[in-house]
Write a protein that binds this ligand. Structure first.
Ligand code: COA
Length: 130
C-alpha cells in the first residue's frame, strides 16, 4: 500500500538513486537530497521502505509557489500516484495566489485534469550548473 509522507525524515541519498530518469546530466545523489531538504514542501509516496515517487515545491511564503519536480519511478507509474502527489501538493499550496510549473506538451492533459491551465512560459537553463 502506498502512503504519502510530508517530510523527508529517514530519506537517504541512496533512496534517490532511481530518480531523475532521462536527464542528460543528473544531479549527484547528495545534491538530490539537498534539493529535497531545501524545498519548502515535499511529498513522498512510499511503498513500505521504497520511495515510489515525490513532488516538491519552493515558495516565497506569501504569494507564489513553484513546483520544480514530480517523478514516479517507472515500476509504479499508471497507478494514480503522480495524480495523487499533484493533488496533495495543490491542496497544500491552496493559499498561494500563483502555483506554477513547467511541463512537456504530452503532460498538458495530465495537469489539465488536475485543474491547471496552460500558459506561455519562458525558461533559462544553465546546463553547466547541474
Ligand atoms: C508524469 C508522471 C509523474 C505521472 O505519474 P503516474 O504515477 O504514472 O501518474 P498517474 O498514474 O496518476 O497518471 C498518469 C496517466 O496514466 C493514466 N493511468 C493511471 N492509471 C492507469 C492505469 N491503471 N492504466 C493505464 N493508464 C493509467 C492516467 O489516466 C494518466 O493519464 P493522462 O496523462 O492521460 O492523464 C510519471 O510518468 C513520471 O514520473 N514521468 C517522468 C518525469 C516527469 O515527466 N515528470 C513531470 C515533470 S513536469
Amino acid at each position: 500500500m502506498i502512503i504519502y509522507k510530508y517530510d523527508i525524515s529517514g530519506v537517504t541519498e541512496a533512496d534517490l538513486d532511481p530518480f531523475f530518469e532521462g536527464w542528460p546530466e543528473k544531479p549527484t545523489l547528495s545534491k538530490r537530497l539537498e534539493i529535497l531538504k531545501n524545498s519548502d514542501y515535499v511529498i513522498i509516496a512510499l511503498d513500505d521502505e521504497n520511495i515510489a515517487g515525490f513532488i516538491n515545491a519552493v515558495t516565497d511564503k506569501t504569494l507564489s509557489a513553484y513546483i520544480p519536480l514530480l517523478e514516479v519511478i517507472p515500476k509504479y507509474r499508471k497507478q494514480g500516484i503522480g495524480t495523487e502527489l499533484v493533488k496533495r501538493m495543490l491542496d497544500h499550496l491552496k493559499d498561494y495566489y500563483m502555483v506554477d510549473l513547467c511541463c512537456d506538451e504530452n503532460l498538458e492533459g495530465f495537469y489539465k485534469k488536475l485543474g491547471m491551465e496552460k500558459v506561455t512560459g519562458m525558461i533559462k537553463r544553465n546546463y553547466d550548473r547541474i
